[in-house]
Design a binder for this molecule. Structure first.
Ligand SMILES: *Cc1c(COP(=O)(O)O)cnc(C)c1O
Length: 432
């Protein structure tokens, strides 16, 4: 029902929009999507997300609703909840958060009660890989809670658990947040759990980026150690855009009340149905293979960049993400990302730890393998992609060179169709 053509009903009602959707389909299909927070949802996920379930109001939770007519909505939400609990081995799951950011805000609200005196959260700083919702000053999370940050080691750029422990002893936070939006290595959740226990803090793990790796056994799980685990559903987990909160049985009621009525109104039942499908897909052996291959590809991509002369932050990758310093290839992060985009290699500029450049024009480029791995690419392709990246960044002023790479990228993408495009390849000329 999706590709290769724009949805027929949209085309009949709104041809302008349909034309833009068709172009975006072609762009997604023929671009090497290296943004580590993006992926391709399956046709089944998108189909469930695009159903009449969007028409129903269901404030409340299964069997405790404020509206009638929930005969089929209740079992749909229960399917999603049951699958999330089973997949992650969690006592409790809330599948209603609209996305990762609202999930985090709800998690803080669940962990820090209105009247509590200690409203301190301690999280990884944004410029060293944390997320805005981890208490950055422009995020409301810093207005409602008192944000403190830990960093990575100045030399290795790895999380330094002794230093984090020191920081936690000094700050005495109510909540320690672990998890990142730009960290290329494994996170030791057991160690975070021990630190939280020692300082009497609750532990919140935000696995937005790595949820699919955790589900597929390619990254250790925080579930045994964290009071609350938050995630997006659309990154490595490959579901519809949404959020998910897992918790201990003890935190269950607080989490549910924080999401509704604390933060949200009616749940997006269509998205919850799409999530139910994605969670079923993520429980298959094929998804376990996918998660492992994503990590192998990431290692291969880091190796290829190193071979091409790039400075790779921490020297490699243990997960789905690689961060490299574009200045080592003679460009700023923004210049590098723009050149890559012209070459059909989609990424984003990002700060490197302790970046001497400004966040608006940082030194690094953040890339990752979740989307390319969903298309069936493997290590040998990553070697090629890594070379293309180095060539594109170095050759950023050479339009012919960027076009040469772009055509090679498009040929490779055409040979490895993305999930969701089973109907066939979009028209390549739409991009000209
Ligand atoms: C992406 C991300 C989020 C936010 O998710 P949205 O769905 O964009 O709101 C939160 N935390 C981390 C670590 C993320 O990477």
């Amino acid at each position: 029902m999706t590709s290769p053509n724009p949805p027929a009903y949209v085309a009949s009602v709104d041809p302008d929009l349909a034309a833009l959707i068709a172009k975006e389909e072609a762009r997604q299909f023929y671009t090497a999507k290296l943004i580590p927070s993006e992926n391709y949802a399956s046709n089944a996920v998108m189909e469930a997300t695009g159903t009449v379930l969007t028409n129903k109001y269901s404030e409340g939770y299964p069997r405790k609703r404020y509206y009638e007519g929930q005969q089929f909505i209740d079992p749909i939400e229960e399917l999603a909840i049951g699958r999330a609990k089973a997949l992650f081995g969690a006592d409790h799951a809330n599948v209603q958060p609209y996305s990762g950011s609202p999930a985090n805000l709800a998690a803080y609200a669940a962990l820090i009660k209105k009247k509590s005196e200690n409203k301190r959260i301690l999280a990884l700083s944004l410029s060293e890989g944390g997320h805005l919702t981890h208490g950055h000053k422009v995020s409301v999370t810093s207005r409602f809670f008192e944000a403190h940050h830990y960093s990575v080691d100045r030399d290795t750029h790895l999380l330094d658990y002794d230093a984090i422990r020191e920081r936690a002893l000094e700050v005495q936070p109510a909540v320690i947040v672990c998890g990142a939006t730009c960290y290329p290595r494994s996170i030791d959740f057991a160690r975070f759990g021990a630190i939280a226990q020692e300082v009497g803090a609750k532990l919140m793990a935000d696995i937005a980026h790595i949820a699919g790796l955790v589900a597929g056994g390619a990254h250790p799980s925080p579930v045994p150690y964290a009071d609350v685990v938050t995630t997006t559903t659309h990154k490595t987990l490959r579901g519809p855009r949404g959020g998910l909160i897992l918790s201990t049985a003890k935190m269950a009621r607080s989490v549910d009340r924080a999401v509704f009525p604390g933060m949200q109104g009616g749940p997006h039942n269509n998205v919850i149905a799409g999530l139910a499908v994605a969670l079923a897909e993520a429980a298959t052996p094929a998804f376990r293979d996918y998660a492992q291959q994503t990590v192998r590809n990431s290692r291969a991509l880091a190796d290829a960049l190193l071979a091409g002369g790039a400075r790779v932050i921490t020297g490699g990758s243990d997960n789905h993400l690689v961060l490299f310093d574009a200045t080592s290839l003679g460009a700023t992060g923004k210049e590098g990302a723009v050149a890559m985009d012209l070459a059909g290699l989609e990424a984003n500029a990002n700060t490197v730890p302790f970046d001497p450049r400004s966040p608006m024009d940082p030194s690094g480029v953040r890339i990752g393998t979740p989307a390319l791995t969903s298309r069936g690419l493997s290590e040998a392709h990553m070697t090629l992609v890594g070379q293309w990246i180095c060539d594109a960044v170095r050759g950023r002023d050479d339009a012919a060179e960027l076009r040469r790479i772009r055509e090679q990228v498009r040929d490779l993408m055409a040979a490895y169709p993305a999930p969701g495009f089973e109907g066939g390849a979009p028209d390549r000329t739409l991009l000209d």
